[in-house]
Design a protein around this ligand. Structure first.
Ligand SMILES: *Cc1c(COP(=O)(O)O)cnc(C)c1O
Length: 391
């Protein structure tokens, strides 16, 4: 008999009932150190007092009105995001997937309005992840996500991650946009080198192509800059954000330049919930906190500290671990044993991590994690590795 919950997830037998900072408390009282953060979502940890206050204050005032009316906190959050980024305009969604939908629609509408509707093709990369909607799976293109869901949304071409020549050759007078995660998340924590992002920007400028950055996972402070692309000193035309921006409340966004958004006039897009007062109240609190340069500097410092400790861990367990990669507090350990074994053995050490493709274990702690918690996390990984060596 089918479970009453559609069985699309292989869930761990853990039920968390409370969260405090970097810790999750199981129904049986055990305290787990959380390097999953709800998959890079709880950027300020669990139950951060500022976010609890923002949400509960808003909840006592007004939950929802729809976008038929002005939503002051939505306007405030849009202003903050434009103030802190390349963007001139923002549309709010409820998830990263919905942000992907709009990014694709925006790019195609742009060329349609320019009188070049044949320019509808979007170039994307192997190993990428852009969500589970029809456009999201067509963009990522991996068989694991697309098999059985055809016919797929047409107009996507997939290129090998890192193959510059193939990319240059794929550009044509049909190319509308290139979509890329500055740091691949689900694909196994694969950062795109700064010079490659620069090269992409140049390629797009040369051919008038729109550049879309998917910062759903790597954005909002995760790498030690508010947005990951800032490290490369280039900006996109369109950017997708979600996960961290709500700190656990479901909210996403598409940020764009005035030019890239120029096709999206009255009535071209909408969302009942998007930019709802609750989500935007929390989003404002998250952005205020994370965009503080001192906070971002701390993320970068703690990322470097954690990476250094992980390098030591890998060196002392060469049969279990292969290497460390990532940026800031978006770290991955490539494993020599199955990554799912490492994640599983972590549960016995009361440590939460996330598997990714390419046999990588993802470490995505709250950005508020302390130095002592980083040391504790690496100790627990050490114990996991030892348990795998003796088993
Ligand atoms: C998680 C993710 C998405 C999809 O976001 P949802 O909120 O799960 O819809 C899209 N792109 C990237 C890079 C992601 O990590």
């Amino acid at each position: 008999m089918i479970p009453t919950l559609l069985p699309t997830y292989a869930r761990a037998p853990l039920s968390f009932v409370k969260g405090e900072g970097s810790w999750l408390i199981e129904a049986d009282g055990r305290r787990f150190l959380d390097l999953a953060a709800g998959i890079a979502v709880t950027a300020l940890g669990h139950a951060h007092p500022k976010l609890v206050a923002a949400l509960t204050e808003q909840a006592g005032e007004l939950w929802h009105t729809s976008n038929l009316y002005q939503i002051p906190k939505q306007q405030m959050l849009a202003d903050k995001l434009c103030d802190q980024s390349f963007a001139d305009t923002v549309f709010f969604t409820n998830s990263g997937t919905e942000a992907c939908e709009l990014a694709v629609k925006m790019a195609r509408k742009y060329w349609h309005e320019k009188g070049q509707p044949e320019r509808s093709e979007i170039l994307a990369f192997t190993g990428s992840f852009h969500g589970r909607s029809s456009a999201g799976i067509a963009a990522a293109g991996s068989e694991k996500m697309t098999k059985g869901f055809g016919p797929l949304l047409p107009g996507f071409k997939h290129l090998e991650f890192g193959d510059h020549d193939a990319l240059t050759a794929a550009v044509s007078d049909q190319t509308a946009a290139i979509i890329i995660e500055p740091v691949q998340g689900e694909g196994g924590i694969r950062p795109v080198p700064d010079q490659c992002l620069k090269g992409l920007r140049e390629l797009c400028d040369t051919h008038g192509i729109l550049l879309i950055f998917d910062e759903v996972q790597c954005g909002v402070g995760r790498t030690g800059k508010l947005f990951a692309h800032e490290w490369a000193g280039v900006t996109p035309d369109i950017m997708m954000v979600a996960k961290g921006i709500g700190g656990g409340f479901p909210i996403g966004a598409v940020l764009a330049t005035e030019e890239a958004a120029s096709g999206m006039g009255l009535g071209t897009h909408g969302s009942t919930y998007g930019g709802n007062p609750l989500g935007c109240a929390v989003g404002c609190a998250v952005i205020d906190h994370v965009s503080d340069p001192a906070f971002l500097a701390e993320v970068a410092r703690k990322g470097a500290l954690m990476r250094q400790k992980l390098e030591g861990l890998v060196a002392s367990h060469p049969d279990v671990f292969d290497s460390v990669r990532g940026a800031g507090l978006m770290l991955g350990i490539k494993c020599k044993v199955p990554n799912t074994d490492v994640v599983q053995s972590g549960y016995a050490q009361l440590l939460l991590t996330v598997p990714a493709a390419d046999n990588v274990v993802r470490l995505l702690p709250p950005l508020t994690i302390t130095d002592a918690e980083i040391a504790e996390a690496v100790d627990r990984l050490e114990a996991s590795a030892s348990s795998l060596e003796t088993s």
